[in-house]
Design a binder for this molecule. Structure first.
Ligand code: ZN
Length: 248
């Protein structure tokens, strides 16, 4: 029933991994996308029940190894059914913005070539991301951990993208609430970003937080939580296509 569009399993505590299959079943989590960050992480074994995304995260972009890393990334994406992410731009990253732009452009082209959905990570660099999405004709993407304004959200949606909503909505964020209120429900997918971006009052996040996030969305939009579950699931399936095609 629930699709968690972005997690980082390598960051889960042993307690969080323990009995995951049972916990997922009990919470009706039907699919979880495990996002990529760097070459060592891409190589981690793929536990059953997770859909992989491979990407060079902007915080892991290094000019010295970029060419080799991108070559390696391409081999992972070609070898496995996957999405491409997290990729993007981050003003806090060590790599200069020009190098990050090079890394992002190359990965967007890879995603388009391989017909993969894209998971974007953008921190204070939206203005630089839009022209790249347009230039490479990228329309199957989600912006993860979105917390921006309704106007910013609309610019992404106009390009065909959707916005990942998670624990940030439970924090005091009038701007994000306004975005959720104004945009149509099918502009959003759910993500926990587990173990990061925990909801208010938690130390870590978990895919089983999704029903709470959906309840908050329902409250903000004045609709039924069941509708949030159905629409976000359908949107995730549209975005990730065959990766989530099993079952119904
Ligand atoms: Zn991120």
């Amino acid at each position: 029933m629930w699709v968690d569009c972005n997690v980082h399993v390598e960051g889960w505590s042993p307690a969080q991994r323990l009995n995951w299959t049972e916990r997922a079943q009990a919470a009706q989590i039907e699919a979880v996308i495990w996002s990529g960050t760097d070459p060592l992480q891409w190589d981690l074994p793929n536990p059953e029940g997770f859909v992989r995304a491979y990407g060079l995260h902007p915080l892991w972009v290094r000019e010295e190894t970029l060419t080799a890393d991108l070559t390696q990334l391409e081999s992972y994406v070609r070898a496995h059914p996957s999405a491409v992410g997290e990729i993007g731009l981050d003003r806090r990253a060590v790599a200069p913005m020009a190098v990050q732009v090079r890394a992002l452009s190359s990965q967007l082209q890879l995603a388009v070539r391989q017909r993969c959905a894209v998971i974007l990570h953008v921190v204070r660099a939206h203005d630089l991301v839009f022209p790249l999405l347009v230039e490479h004709a990228v329309s199957r993407f989600m912006v993860h951990g979105f917390s921006g304004s309704p106007a910013l959200a609309r610019r992404y949606v106009d390009l065909g993208g959707v916005l990942g909503i998670g624990g940030l909505l439970s924090r005091q964020s009038p701007r994000l609430r306004e975005t959720v209120r104004q945009l149509p429900l099918d502009a959003f997918v759910l993500e926990s970003d587990a173990p990061d971006l925990p909801p208010q009052g938690s130390r870590v996040s978990d895919p089983t937080d999704l029903p709470n996030t959906a309840a908050l969305i329902a409250q903000v939009k004045g609709c039924d939580v069941q509708e949030v579950a159905q629409v976000t699931r359908a949107t995730a399936r549209r975005l990730f296509g065959d990766l989530l095609a099993q079952g119904d």
